[in-house]
Design a protein around this ligand. Structure first.
Ligand SMILES: Nc1nc2c(c(=O)[nH]1)N[C@H]1C(S)=C(S)[C@@H](COP(=O)(O)O)O[C@H]1N2
Ligand SMILES: [Mo]
Length: 528
């Protein structure tokens, strides 16, 4: 009876140690890969590569859902998910290796191959070297699993805890502990190497001195910024500005080495510019509201900033580009980023006189790294995914017929002007304000057409005109407010805007895919 019990406990211990071996092997594989990636190219680390491929392959609807549900944390959630799956599979491989040592080690190696293939298939892959981190990791992980399960074999050939068994266990634990320590050391060395490469980018940003604009922004009219608790500030501080992109690791670009190429159809004088070349050109400063196509009615993915940059139209004209309306052969401007993103913008709109910018500054400072340092595009009136390329590296003149950029390949529309929207910032949903005067307030946007009117409806009552803040230009959102005499009980507040062409915001509900959500924003509250 005791014999059976001992061997059963033994069996359990053995399985647990097998699973632990698998986890340690996965840990060693990731750490060795991180070290190699730190020395070669941080973007080639396996979790980053697999995560990147996952993002690229995710159906538009799921990606849109992830952006909406997790916001800027979507990438963290994805990475944690990958690590969780990896951890579970590592446990399984570890237990498998107890019986089939070779198969277990081979299994770990296969994961490395998956990482290598992922790294090679990324759009920003730098070539075969990108396979190295995953393969180094695969070797380290497979070797460790082999060693650890080899030791477990000796340990468990003694069914009873005899002296050899104890010695075997000690040897296993020693190997396991050394492996864990070595992995921790390799991982932190890898991260240190990667961050020293980042340091150059950060230092190049710190060294940037933005010249004053040759054409300053129209002064924001005194009435453009309302002071109402809970309303979105007219200018969004950089730290609060929404972020939407596919970059698992924020690209860190050294401005002193940054180049931008301008080439393609109808470009008679191709250009190759450095960062200082841009700063020496005529710089303009404009307040422009950026909006993401994944923003739902009432959602948070819109922000307003003071951008400093060069007029893209001037640059294109200098390169010999003519818009289609003047006989130019290219109707699509494809911007490419250092991380392989491609974004397609209509050449006609870029050159129609609006302030389409190659931006270098945001609210008085160099672009923050996550908002595209050193240079990004900003085009008033177009959703970000068809206009606002961050970490830009290349501008190619082509046609819509000849090339579909990243999001269009994923079923989003080729053309995507921003739709008129209005949002109630305060009161918040389910708020319980006291009866009496309640300030209802928010923002409305219809970039490049402007907002002419905002109306609010309480329950099923008549539409009432809200007070509008002064309008700086048609390219920014406009704050609005309505002082309401609230009566006790539940109420639904609804808002709608009218754009500068006189078109009233449609009530028709549309999803974000393929070219932006529509419908009216409502908030349900209870007045006490
Ligand atoms: N390189 C790169 N640029 C990009 C993206 C991206 O994924 N990669 N996303 C675009 C989208 S969808 C939007 S809405 C804006 C968001 O800019 P922000 O993150 O500075 O707010 O960037 C655009 N530029
Ligand atoms: Mo977006």
């Amino acid at each position: 009876m005791t014999g059976v019990r001992i061997s059963r406990t033994h069996q359990l211990t053995r399985t647990a140690l097998g699973a632990l071996s698998g986890l340690l092997a996965a840990d060693a594989a990731l750490a060795a890969a991180e070290l190699a990636a730190g020395a070669l190219r941080p973007q080639a680390a396996p979790v980053v590569a697999v995560g990147g491929v996952t993002i690229d392959r995710t159906p538009a609807a799921v990606e849109d859902w992830a952006i909406r549900s997790f916001g800027t944390n979507d990438k963290l959630v994805l990475q944690l998910g990958i690590l969780l799956v990896l951890g579970l599979l590592a446990n399984v491989l570890g237990v498998l290796a107890l019986r089939h040592q070779r198969a277990g080690a081979a299994g770990v190696f296969v994961f490395g191959v998956v990482g290598a293939v992922a790294a090679l298939s990324r759009p920003d892959s730098a070539g075969v070297l990108d396979a190295v981190p995953s393969l180094v990791g695969a070797l380290a992980g497979a070797a460790l699993l082999w060693i650890l399960t080899g030791r477990l074999k000796h340990l468990t050939s003694a069914a009873e805890p005899r002296p050899e068994g104890v010695r075997g266990r000690r040897r296993f634990l020693l190997a396991a502990a050394s492996a864990a320590a070595a992995s921790a050391a390799a991982g932190s060395l890898g991260r240190a190497l990667a961050s020293s490469a980042d340091d150059q980018a950060v230092a190049s940003r710190t060294a940037v001195r933005l010249p004053p604009p040759d054409s300053p922004t129209q002064p924001v009219p005194r009435g453009a910024a309302l002071r109402i608790a809970g309303i979105s500030p007219f200018v969004t501080p950089n730290a609060a500005f929404y972020r939407v992109d596919t970059a698992l690791v924020v690209p860190k670009v050294d401005a002193t080495r940054w180049r931008l190429r301008v080439h393609g159809r109808g470009v008679s004088r191709p250009m190759d510019l450095g960062f200082q070349d841009l700063l020496r050109r005529e710089l303009v400063e404009r307040v422009i509201t950026l909006t993401c196509v994944s923003n739902e009615v009432g959602g948070p993915y819109a922000g307003n900033a003071r951008w400093l940059g060069v007029r893209l139209a001037d640059l294109l004209r200098e390169a010999g580009v003519r818009p289609p309306s003047q006989g130019g052969p290219a109707d699509q401007l494809v911007s490419r980023s250092v991380d392989g993103m491609t974004i397609g913008t209509p050449v006609e709109q870029v050159m129609d006189g609006r302030d389409a910018l190659l931006a270098v500054g945001m609210n008085g400072e160099p672009l923050p790294l996550q908002h595209g340092f050193p240079v990004r595009m900003v085009v008033p009136g177009l959703y970000g995914y068809v206009s606002a390329c961050k970490w830009i590296a290349d501008l190619e003149l082509t046609t819509f017929a000849a090339y579909d950029p990243y999001w269009v390949q994923r079923k989003w529309a080729r053309q995507a002007p921003i739709k008129t929207q209005s949002r109630i910032d305060t009161p918040k949903p389910f708020a319980r304000p006291k009866a009496g005067t309640v300030m209802v307030a928010g923002v409305a946007w219809a970039q490049h057409r402007g907002v002419e009117r905002v109306e609010v409806r309480i329950d099923d009552g008549l539409w009432r005109d809200a007070d509008l803040a002064a309008q700086a230009t048609t390219d920014t959102w406009r704050q609005w407010s309505l002082s309401w005499q609230a009566t006790p009980g539940p109420h639904t507040l609804t808002v709608r805007a009218t754009d500068g062409t006189g078109a009233v915001q449609t009530a028709r509900r549309a999803r974000t895919i393929p070219d932006g959500a529509t419908g009216w924003h409502s908030v349900v509250i209870t007045v006490d």
